[in-house]
Write a new protein. Sequence first.
Length: 308
Amino acid sequence: MPLERPASSLPGSQQRRSSTVPNAKLLSPEILVDEERVPSYNSVHYYPANPGDVLENRYQLHAKIGWGSSSTVWLAQDIRRHGWWRSKRYVAVKICNCDVPEDDMAFELDMNTHLSTASLKHRGWAVLGTAIEGYKVKSPRGNMHLVLVFEPLREPLWLLRRRITHQNCATKESLPFLKAYLRIILDGLDYMHSQCRVIHTDLKLGNIMVTFEDPSTIDAFFREQAAHLMARKCGEARTVYRCHNDFGPVQKGLGKMIPQITDFGLAQRGDRAEPLIHPIQPNEFRAPEVLLGIGWSYSADMWNLGTM
């Protein structure tokens, strides 16, 4: 689905409703929780999200399912879609830090828009986990934060690989699915390279996610979250919640889980006139041309994929 970018998405602010979580386990102030372990961490830069908050009068936050040096990611429910005749709709909401430069915010929005609209007929189009909506929200401190809304995904490939091992799935049984995953990922890269003229530059197991095998998996997670609330640590600037993103064992089989390429924050246009020579990619996955500094292009992504 193409990214919606209303005229007010960048300059404006959105209303915020919130609620507290009184029964969550309190953590010691001495314990570093999730994003607090980032060397450059500054609590003021993060949006003070809490379970129960409603963003854009639409997305009610339920659980923190991801975090990074410049954002947190929350599983949310679309409360505009309600009624007994409608199924519940869940989304993943990425709330970026307020210190992200304006140019970087605009770049991420524009890149998601470009990737989601270049060629909807290409079969690799559906392999990219691009944003379905983007806007800005104002925090209680008056800071502006970019918010990107995505279809929710189950987990990264590294976690699925570990889960397959722990669930005693024989390699012989899982190999056909892994081969199919590789073909799907290649379709996604072909779409990025041939239709969008974009190089991902940061392919790794953490940036390739898989879809949910069944909607009931999210419903079960919501019930689990309601019974076992995220542990939290109260600070002066914000409450920090411990990430809760384990959706449990795979219930319906690997065949219903489709890989998705995600995280386009470091993506680069490959059709620029000037040569691309700056360092890219995780150190362990760097292509020879990147290491030698002789200029790189779309082939760097292919090397990246082959070394994962």
